[in-house]
Write a protein that binds this ligand. Sequence first.
Ligand code: SAM
Length: 278
Amino acid sequence: MAQIDGLPPLRDVIAQHGLSAKKSLGQNFLLDLNLTARIARVPGDLSGADVLEVGPGPGGLTRGLLAEGARKVLAIEKDSRCLPPLTEIAAAYPGRLEVLEGDALDINPLAHLSPPIHIAANLPYNVGTELLVRWLTPQVWPPFWQTLTLMFQKEVANRIVAQPGSKAYGRLAILAQWRCDVQIALTLPPQAFVPAPKVHSAVVHLRALDAPRYPADAAVLNRVVAAAFNQRRKMLRASLKGLSPEIEDHLNAVGIEPTRRAETLSLEEFCALARQLA
Ligand code: SAM
């Protein structure tokens, strides 16, 4: 890839710009351009699409997304030290990379993007989860984006794709799977990053469905799921009591045994219960 875009290897970029990784910004960089190219291919054909990239750092994934043919990449980066290398990438891909300096949690990128829009990011864990939840809970569905391609620590990735009956199954799984197809696209060992984190990581791919998999009111479903998993060891007749004094009748009405626990309920059953309670 270094040959394809004419830009220097990422190790040289980091040395040249003095980009020592800052722990406070969750900086674990991907320096293997073959790997970033693989991640950039996860969303599928990017030609004719805009990509929002959060936390580009020295630009490994950014270069992958541009080389894969993204019409435009809008990159939001909090660390001003990363702006010079990103400016060099912008010069190699004229008119196709726009960089905004700031905190992605505070910036509304929509004025800078045209549909179809994909989102890709290798972010610190806490910022990534907060943004994921925001992207999954917009006022209207379908959302402004078509796919999300996001790096998480492996344990969080497992929670997003978890199935009923597993320990990882909970709010994140329901939130993601209710309105998206989800899958783990690839898993990465700590050594894939510089510096190496303590944990394994995984790239999760989410594709927004046109409509929810099962009908339900988003706010009611969220309340039911929150209550059920806040006390996941308890039987549903106890954990959901706060939602309705007649919770046992409601559970029976939709064919859910009141003695079951949250982690045994399928997404379809949660949605049926949310409709019943609405
Ligand atoms: N994407 C690059 C890569 O794969 O090598 C960098 C990944 S590093 C894990 C996370 C990046 O997100 C860093 O460049 C960091 O400065 C940036 N970052 C951290 N918090 C951010 C925030 N709230 N908004 C925007 N960027 C942020």
